[in-house]
Design a protein around this ligand. Structure first.
Ligand code: INI
Length: 164
């Protein structure tokens, strides 16, 4: 709502001048490669530069939390994207892997102050994951890029203080 009595903080979707780290897991790479392509497409179509995107590859979703912290500690990026695919059929450990990734990423983002977009698919089937990786219901990598851009711009605004 546009109410002139209130100052509204809201990030826009311009990625020019922003630096991104995309952490992508190799597990289920036939899915995560598509998420990565969608994320890069989203950043570049929003004005981000190829040279301002770092890609960090990890074995699986379990490894996201420690990697987010290591990337954040470099202080070289305005936002981090986590792209992965945890598919229930693959493992009885689904709940551990997916749960650890989700809670660990959230904790790492809150503790480091860097926005982290959660682009980790957690699905019951390969088909559901494919659908969300560009086959049918959009591409969650692209969506994660939009969130990362918006949150990087929002946090810049909030940290700069109130504009008149
Ligand atoms: N990692 C994933 O990213 N997705 C999965 O579906 C998955 N399954 O099914 O097991 C998975 N396991 C690997 C895990 O993330 C770690 O890489 C591994 O346990 C080594 O620490």
């Amino acid at each position: 709502m546009n109410d002139s009595k209130h100052h509204t903080f809201e990030g826009d979707l311009r990625a020019d001048g922003l630096r991104f780290a995309i952490i992508v897991s190799r597990f289920n790479s036939f899915i995560t490669d598509r998420l990565l392509a969608g994320a890069i497409d989203g950043i570049e179509r929003s004005g981000g530069k190829t040279a301002d995107i770092d890609v960090v590859r990890i074995p699986g979703a379990w490894e996201f939390p420690i990697t987010v912290r290591a990337v954040a500690a470099r202080k070289e990026h305005d936002a981090i994207l986590c792209l992965g695919a945890v598919i229930r059929g693959d493992t009885p450990h689904f709940d551990y892997v997916a749960g650890n990734a989700a809670s660990g990423i959230a904790a790492a983002s809150a503790e480091t102050g860097i926005p982290v977009a959660f682009g980790v698919l957690t699905t019951n089937t390969v088909e559901q994951a494919m659908d969300r990786a560009g086959i049918k219901s959009g591409n969650k990598g692209f969506d994660a890029a939009m969130t990362a851009i918006e949150m990087a711009n929002l946090l810049r605004q909030l940290r700069a203080g109130k504009q008149s």
